[in-house]
Structures are given as structure tokens and as C-alpha cells.
Design a protein. Structure first.
Ligand code: FES
Length: 159
């Protein structure tokens, strides 16, 4: 039985005409699968490879090159919370914010809470230096998330 839904397979195939070679669709395909399944399981790697006429090792190479993708042993929670630790944010308390969130959630960066709600990550510059410390909630920037606003953010994410 296929792990990838027909809809997901069609979305992946829709990328093929946009690129000179099918192999170039590997990265968009990984993103589509990761968004849908919150990880890229081994079976999905094989199915992507089959769709794109590649060897599964080629898909796995692309996936493992980026630290972005999770496998089935460490799937993402509902919300992926990135905390910037680059210079501007670090100077405005980004590292303390990350440590505080890690402590409150009871997880280290790279892990997910037991209820599956929040995955915590550290990030390099998120492009929101003027609003340091900056975090990313899934794809949404949040600016000026100082330590005194951390609990408010966690309450929102836990709802
Ligand atoms: S240094 Fe944190 S967003 Fe740029």
C-alpha cells in the first residue's frame, strides 16, 4: 500500500514540467511530504524515488544534506518553533530565550514534546534582526520575543 496519497503524488508530479530533469524535483517533493506527514519516512523516500525515476539513495542523500527534514523516528509536532541564536538575537537574549523555552517544554532543541504539540529548534539568522529576539512559528515570524513574553507564546502554542 502506498504511503503517499494520490493527491500528494499528483502535487509532486506537477513540479516535473518546471525543471529540466526529474531529479530537480527531489527537494520540492521532500518538502511536500514533510509538510503532509511531519516527517519523511523510509517508505516515502522509496516512493519519491520511484516517481522521479531515481534510486532511493539519491533521495536520501538530498534529504540528509539538509538538517531541515525529520525522519519517522523523530517526527515534527504540530508546531515547529525556531529560535534564532545568531548575533542580533543573541545580543538581545536569544540564547536565554532558547534555554528558557527548552526548560519550560522539557525538551532539548531538535526534540518534540510528548504530547506532540511543539518541536523546538535553534536557528541561525531568521531575517528578522530588527525585531530581535526573533522566532519562527512554523512559517510565521514573531518579533521581539523577549523572555517576559515567552510564557505568553507557549500558552498560545499549547492551545
Ligand atoms: S540575528 Fe536573529 S533574526 Fe537575524
Amino acid at each position: 500500500m502506498s504511503l503517499l496519497s494520490e493527491e500528494l503524488r499528483q502535487k509532486i508530479l506537477a513540479y516535473v514540467p518546471r525543471y529540466p530533469r526529474k531529479q530537480a524535483v527531489t527537494l520540492p517533493a521532500l518538502h511536500l511530504v514533510h509538510d503532509a506527514l511531519r516527517c519523511v519516512p523510509r517508505q516515502a523516500i522509496e516512493e519519491i524515488a520511484e516517481l522521479l525515476d531515481l534510486h532511493p539513495a539519491e533521495v536520501h542523500d538530498t534529504m540528509s544534506f539538509y538538517g531541515f527534514f525529520r525522519d519517522e523516528n523523530n517526527p515534527l509536532g504540530q508546531t515547529r518553533l525556531w529560535v534564532c541564536r545568531s548575533l542580533a538575537c543573541m545580543l538581545r537574549g536569544g540564547e536565554e530565550l532558547l534555554a528558557y523555552l527548552s526548560d519550560k517544554l522539557g525538551i532539548a532543541p531538535g526534540q518534540t514534546t510528548a504530547d506532540g504539540k511543539i518541536s523546538l529548534e535553534f536557528a541561525e539568522c531568521l531575517g528578522g534582526c530588527d525585531g530581535a529576539p526573533c522566532v519562527l512559528v512554523n512559517d510565521e515570524h514573531r518579533m521581539n520575543v523577549t523572555l517576559d513574553r515567552a510564557d505568553q507564546l507557549l500558552d498560545e502554542l499549547r492551545r
